[in-house]
Design a protein around this ligand. Structure first.
Ligand SMILES: [Mn+2]
Length: 433
């Protein structure tokens, strides 16, 4: 049975309650979880999917409520200033977000939220990693993703989707999948007056539905624009992305309250500015802001994506350590971060704009033991052509390559700038096999 239509704000409160109840009284619950980088795309995918599915679940749904989980502790919101900036457009607050803090503590998770009482939908990844993966990977019931298919999710997912397609943004695929149901909701919300609690007349109910639709559309639009550089990146933008943008914008334009103030480029600029405004963050926070890890053959790989150059991070490291030896301080910071995460192989991928206004990428790889060092060397040889790796020199003219018993390091310009972590991570993982 569909629940009466609600705002996103109302839905998140309901979902948080449902999760609490499921834990306390051992009830069945469906969780929609994004990947561990907990970036904008993962967050909006899980919110949009959970919202639309809860408002109109399939008849054989595992539970009536789908709970969107943002895969990070709540406090990490402070290193994602783009979240609160976007939330204002969707009329929600950071406190509405459901995060790892809302799940039972790791030490008791398995007994308090029994695997058999759960079903997991993966959005923006297709293999459940980390602690959650250890407990719940058998309970994955569906996936919508735009990364390389790791083949972990069964082919038959019943009433839940199994969609893995290369697109700029995963939110485009979620939009596409939900579109039909969403349109039904928009119409039935107005016709049946399901939202009439919001107003006294049918037209007021309609206005509420239009507003809620537009707020949800804003949420999805932000990720697609960020992931495709406002649909301007030829390498990243696919038909799925441009169609989804068209669809979401129509939802915003259908709401008189919000349509007048909408401008795609300005909206993109606002979110992008918030996202790249990381000057006030500590280097450690910059490294963990968009971080992912994988296990391969008993070795752990970690990759940080950073929206500023290596020079920016070196300077930051120097300031924090109060030293002139910028690179030494930077290396120390990378090593301590790697140690904290327990990774054997660690990579930092940067994006920045050159003084000539050119989009550019740097790639740094650090390896900390013999196995990881041979993997890193293999990667350097095998991936060099595809990624067009070119020697990198710092402002001091040094290449910063290093090899001894303790660690191996190499830094490159990645001249094939179309390849993000979506491609570099599989290449690194391959070299570890
Ligand atoms: Mn994504």
């Amino acid at each position: 049975m569909a629940v009466p239509r609600k705002s996103l704000r109302g839905f998140l409160a309901q979902a948080k309650d449902a999760l609490r109840t499921a834990v306390v009284s051992s009830q069945k619950i469906t969780l929609v979880v994004g990947n561990e980088s907990a970036d904008l795309d993962s967050m909006t995918c899980s919110l949009m999917y959970a919202y639309i599915r809860t408002m109109m679940p399939p008849s054989s749904a595992f539970s009536s409520v789908y709970v969107p989980i943002t895969n990070m502790p709540f406090s990490d919101i402070q290193i994602r200033p783009e979240f609160p900036t976007l939330f204002r457009h969707a009329n929600i607050e950071p406190g509405h977000l459901i995060t790892l803090d809302d799940l039972p503590h790791m030490s008791v998770m398995k007994s308090e939220l029994k695997p058999e009482n759960t079903q997991w939908i993966l959005v923006d990844h297709n293999a459940l990693q980390g602690q959650l993966g250890k407990i719940y990977s058998e309970r994955v019931a569906g996936v919508i993703d735009h990364h390389d298919d790791e083949g972990k999710v069964q082919q038959d997912t019943g009433c839940e989707p199994r969609v893995v397609i290369k697109t700029g943004s995963c939110t485009s695929l979620v939009t596409e999948f939900c579109q039909h149901t969403w349109d039904k909701l928009s119409n039935s919300g107005i016709d049946s007056g399901a939202a009439r609690g919001q107003g006294d007349s049918l037209s007021e109910a309609g206005a509420a539905v239009e507003l809620w639709d537009a707020q949800l559309a804003y949420l999805g639009l932000a990720s697609i624009l960020i992931d495709t550089a406002n649909l301007q990146s030829k390498d990243k933008t696919t038909e799925h992305d441009s169609k989804a943008v068209e669809y979401l914008e129509a939802k915003i334009m259908a709401c008189p309250q919000l349509s007048a103030g909408f401008n795609r480029s300005e909206f993109y600029k606002e979110i992008n500015t918030a996202k790249t405004d990381i000057g006030g963050l500590k280097l450690r926070d910059i490294l963990r802001k968009d971080y992912k890890e994988w296990n391969a053959r008993g070795q752990k790989l970690g990759i940080s994506s950073v929206v500023k150059s290596i020079a920016f991070m070196q300077k930051k490291a120097g300031e924090e350590a109060n030293t002139q030896s910028l690179d030494k301080a930077y290396l120390e910071a990378l090593r301590s971060f790697s140690k904290e995460r327990g990774v054997d192989l660690y990579a930092v991928m940067t994006t920045s704009t050159s003084s000539e206004g050119e989009f550019q990428r740097e790639l740094l790889v650090l390896a900390f033991n013999d196995t990881a060092i041979s993997a890193a060397k293999k990667f350097a040889t095998d991936a060099s052509e595809e990624l067009r790796l070119e020697d990198w020199h710092g402002s001091d003219g040094e290449a910063h390559g290093h090899q001894d018993d303790e660690y191996w390091r190499q830094v490159w310009w990645q001249r094939n700038v179309q390849h993000s972590r979506k491609r570099v991570a599989p290449l690194l993982r391959e070299s570890m096999n």
